[in-house]
Design a protein around this ligand. Structure first.
Ligand code: APR
Length: 279
């Protein structure tokens, strides 16, 4: 402001500057918003395939439960740590051998945490799809039971479920969703362990074989909320793609699978999945 210029004049300049800044911000936000919406666009091709699909496979990962408040394992750069131990240490077969009580402490904590967690719109939308498609398969890497809480049936749980325990000797499973964890196997009295696939362990017998046979025969495959770093689960979309299915990924970040997919929708599952179904 030069000497002698009236406050008003300066005020006018400031006003102009504010308007220019505001216009710039609006442009920027609009551009960003349109990019976000563009990233979350659902193509005509996907709309058509969704409307015509007979055999649909959905693979989910930790990301689908993120909006319910369940931390993911890797997305967002941080890694879950329990009492100073990385999650892949406390959640390992070796730890079950070395210190089963410590493993139970970690899984009891996770179960108690999950007790108040509710499914989000993505879980509910997918539960509706089992009525919509003649042949629908839901495969999850998640152990949180939120798909079932949302009403999904016959969920193929590749990595087990925190609400179940199983005997370390006779293998008998024990449901903990309605009752407390028993001290020992009700059948043979041996130690129980979490019925979750831990690092260094094989998947439950038949689960992956069933999932891959469905992937090889589906015409539409969705990959929702997984970093696609853990195999064999991350191999399912490739099996579907190789068999001619249309593969669509939903994730706020790109993954090693993104280039393989026919369509990538960049966004949060809770916002995108209901929009896919809302047609
Ligand atoms: N909606 C969709 N995807 C999301 C969201 C969201 N709201 N928030 C995060 N994501 C994405 C992240 O970008 C990331 O790609 O979810 C993914 C989560 O990746 P991981 O934490 O690696 O989970 P997941 O792929 O399920 O891990 C596979 O690894 O640790 C083992 O056994 C564990 O089942 C788990 C397996």
């Amino acid at each position: 402001m030069t000497k002698g210029e009236s406050i008003f004049y300066c005020h006018e300049k400031a006003q102009k500057a504010r308007m220019i800044l505001l216009r710039f911000l609006c442009l920027f936000v609009a551009k960003d918003l349109s990019a976000t919406i563009a990233g979350m666009q659902i193509s005509e091709e996907l709309r058509r395939r969704f409307a015509e699909a007979e055999r649909v496979l959905v693979l989910t990962g930790a990301g689908i439960s993120a909006e319910s408040g369940v931390p993911t394992f890797r997305g967002g750069g941080n890694t879950a740590v329990w009492k100073g131990m990385r999650f892949d240490v406390i959640s390992s077969a070796e730890m079950v051998e070395r210190d089963l009580p410590a493993v139970w402490e970690w899984f009891d904590y996770r179960r108690n945490f999950m007790d108040s967690i509710l499914p989000n719109p993505a879980h509910y939308e997918i539960a509706r799809w089992q009525e919509r498609f003649p042949d629908f398969t839901l495969v999850t890497q998640n152990v949180d039971g939120l798909h079932q809480k949302a009403g999904s049936r016959d969920v193929v749980e590749l990595h087990g479920n925190v609400w179940r325990a199983r005997c370390t000797v006779c293998g008998l499973g024990h449901d903990m969703s309605q009752s407390a964890r028993p001290d020992a196997c009700p059948s043979c009295g041996h130690e129980l362990r979490p019925d979750v696939v831990l690092f260094g362990e094989m998947l439950p017998r038949g689960a992956f074989e069933f999932a891959s046979s469905k992937a090889a025969s589906c015409d539409l495959c969705f990959v929702i909320g997984t970093s696609a770093l853990v195999y064999p689960a991350a191999g399912l979309p490739g099996i579907a793609r190789a068999a001619g299915a249309y593969v669509c990924e939903v994730n706020p970040e790109r993954t090693p699978l993104s280039d393989l997919c026919d369509e990538v929708i960049t966004g949060k599952a809770g916002e995108v999945v209901p929009r896919i179904g809302a047609q």
